[in-house]
Design a protein around this ligand. Structure first.
Ligand code: PMP
Length: 353
């Protein structure tokens, strides 16, 4: 018998990393920034006028869009803002991936892509990363309904050179190509300069990682004005008021302090390199990360075992169950002190096995 349940849009949801409560945790499981946002952001937060909360925020996110455009040397009509890049990406899937042909993304990548495709009934095919977990550009040259990949890729942390992104864009001029640059600030070369050449390209960014604002939920896409217009049409058909007033104001403040931004990134990348050396000494194997995490397996001990041992110590890292990656751990880069605690514990733990 049919009942309402037959017609439910049934989905297998994305599983976000745990957000454990309590101060005693070393949290290296969701690629958050271990440092606070810029001082100007904190000041603006303290001084924000609560009385204004009775008003709706700007529907076009204008102040933030203009600040982002100026920051990247783009026109205002080349920027679309959303509630974290997850919101921006969901809007992109909804707006542009609407063909009968499958969209393409890597087999090992941000697991949300598959969830949006399933939820929105977008056909998709995955392309297998090579043995070193690199994306092969030529896998994306055939006919398709659109292409999306992160650069650096997640959870591998590996970077694709911009030349290869250009090749992918060049071979896909009739569909939308999306480069998800959530982690690009940690050492990658951005595809933003390609926007002048390719009107079918979208570059997606977030304030969650390099700008320490995961809790504020600010993301954006950059692309040709026509693409941004189509995105806004869908957004206004879904929810006109996306970013809240505080997020808009704090996003602008964050962009003002380039020195703090650079300094924080320099600390994280230095700690990443230090952690890599230590993990290698302990028998971990991994590729060259250009992100704020390291995706590593141990030469002899199973990832799940290490994961559980760390957990007992209140050190949280991320473990995925996918077939090719279940023996890997994704370890976010915390403060130098946190990483010393991690490697110190791993040294003792692996030494006594
Ligand atoms: N893209 C990738 C590749 C990510 O890893 C993440 C973080 N989970 C996001 C997008 C979304 O980040 P946010 O919504 O915080 O901007």
């Amino acid at each position: 018998m049919e009942n309402w349940e037959t017609y439910v849009r049934k989905v297998v949801p994305y599983v976000p990393g745990e957000q454990p409560c309590g101060e005693q945790v070393i949290k290296l499981n969701t690629n958050e920034n271990p440092y606070p946002p810029a001082p100007g952001v904190l000041r603006a937060l303290r001084e924000s006028d609560g009385g204004k909360l009775r008003l709706y925020p700007e529907p076009d996110c204008g102040t933030l869009v203009r600040a982002i455009a100026a920051y990247h040397g783009l026109r205002d009509d080349q920027v679309f803002a959303g509630v974290g890049s997850d919101d921006v990406l969901a809007m992109i899937f909804l707006t542009f991936f609407n063909a009968e042909k499958p969209i393409l993304f890597p087999d090992i990548t941000y697991s949300f892509y598959e969830v949006w495709a399933d939820m929105l009934r977008i056909p998709y095919q995955t392309r297998v990363l090579d043995a070193a977990f690199q994306i092969r550009a030529e896998d994306y040259y055939g006919e398709n309904g659109g292409v999306i990949f992160p650069n650096p890729n997640a959870p591998t942390g590996l970077l694709m050179p911009v030349g290869q992104i250009r090749e992918i864009a060049e071979h896909n001029r009739d569909v939308i190509v999306v480069v998800d640059e959530a982690y690009i600030d940690f050492g990658g070369e951005s595809a933003l300069p390609l926007l002048g050449e390719y009107e079918n390209l979208l570059v997606v960014r977030t304030f969650s990682k390099s700008r320490s604002l995961a809790g504020m939920r600010i993301g954006y896409a950059c692309g040709a004005p026509k693409l941004i217009r189509y995105l806004n049409d869908v957004k206004y058909s879904f929810n006109s008021y996306t970013l809240n007033q505080t997020a808009l104001a704090l996003g602008v403040e964050s962009l003002r302090d380039e020195a703090y931004f650079r300094e924080t990134i320099a600390k994280i990348t230095a700690t990443r390199e230090w952690t890599g050396v230590e993990l290698a000494k302990l028998g971990f194997l991994f590729g060259e990360s250009k992100s704020n995490f390291i995706f590593a397996r141990h030469k002899s001990v199973a990832a799940e075992e290490i994961f559980r041992a760390l957990r007992k110590e209140h050190i949280y890292v991320r473990h995925f169950s996918g077939e090719r990656i279940r023996n890997y751990l994704r370890i976010s880069i915390g403060t130098q002190e946190e990483m010393e605690t991690l490697t110190g514990f791993l040294g003792r733990y692996l030494g006594q096995l």
